[in-house]
Design a protein around this ligand. Sequence first.
Ligand code: KG4
Ligand code: ZN
Length: 339
Amino acid sequence: MSDVLILAIESSCDETAAAVVKNGRDVLSNVIYSQIDLHTLYGGVVPEIASRKHIEKINQVIEKALSDADVTLNDIDAIAVTYGPGLVGALLVGVSAAKAISFATGIPLVGVHHIEGHISANYIEHKELEPEFMSLVVSGGHTHLVKVCDYGKYEILGKTRDDAAGEAFDKVARAIGLGYPGGPKIDKVAKSGNSEAIVFPKAKVDGSIYDFSFSGLKSAVLNYLNQAEMRGEKIVTEDVAASFQKAVVDVLVEHSMAAVKENGFNKFAIAGGVASNSALREAMKEACKNNNIDFYYPSPIYCTDNAAMIGVAGYYEYINGVRSDFHLNAVPNLRLGER
Ligand code: KG4
Ligand code: ZN
């Protein structure tokens, strides 16, 4: 069989990204224009600014992805694009660009689910990894425990009832004065803090053992800060960061291990921006080792938003015969496994 080349486009949040992926596993190029500096000024992503910047950057990013891969559109077999979930205006920029190229060239179009992309990032550096396996997707917008039954076939076992894990990192970081995006900053300062200094409550969720809740933890951190301030106590940022991070990591590890074991799996993969957290990686590595589970995680560049992961997911959809037509639209609340 001849090689299959996918041109992938991702613009669901604040990264304008394009990539070329060969046969679903080899990344020929991976171009990411991050808007983080722009949004830092406002302490979070401003949707309107994100959309405008995507429009400014999308063509350059796509052209660079093709030239970095040393290919032209004539070599491309399909165009994969994230069509949800995400910010509607941001998604629309990528979807419109993909549809325009597809319309002008006749190259088939494949709409891809953003979370499917995050999970698929694991295939890039673990050529031996194949479904089925258990996956934890932890990003700024999502906290999902997902059973990967096959390529393109997913079952959601649990998710957050309120804030996503990354959102909790970002909000707590803001409260302790670290700024946006909070995840990497908390990760860094926590290294010199004591994770046992403050005991924050573990969130309990009624009903499903696989669901998560992080808003209570966030409030506990805010209460701690207010009370310490009222009592005139010194707040040790490093300790607050380390103790908060530990509370998040403990819950993620506990629920993930329960899901892997109770479903009889022996493979587990993490994905999404928070999957690059060093404490989470260490704790998961340890837990998997103790339970005889093979543990997979992508390099940080494939954890946060990128188009290579969309190219991987798009490849498997494409070879399974999935095609999108020109009615493809941005779907902000797209559910995993839905088309
Ligand atoms: O996957 P992603 O780039 O975008 C979404 O799809 O949401 O994830 C971004 C999120 C942000 O909340 C960011 O603070 C968090 O991932 N993040 C981290 C780390 N790096 C990024 N959280 C904890 N530790 C990190 N090292
Ligand atoms: Zn993402």
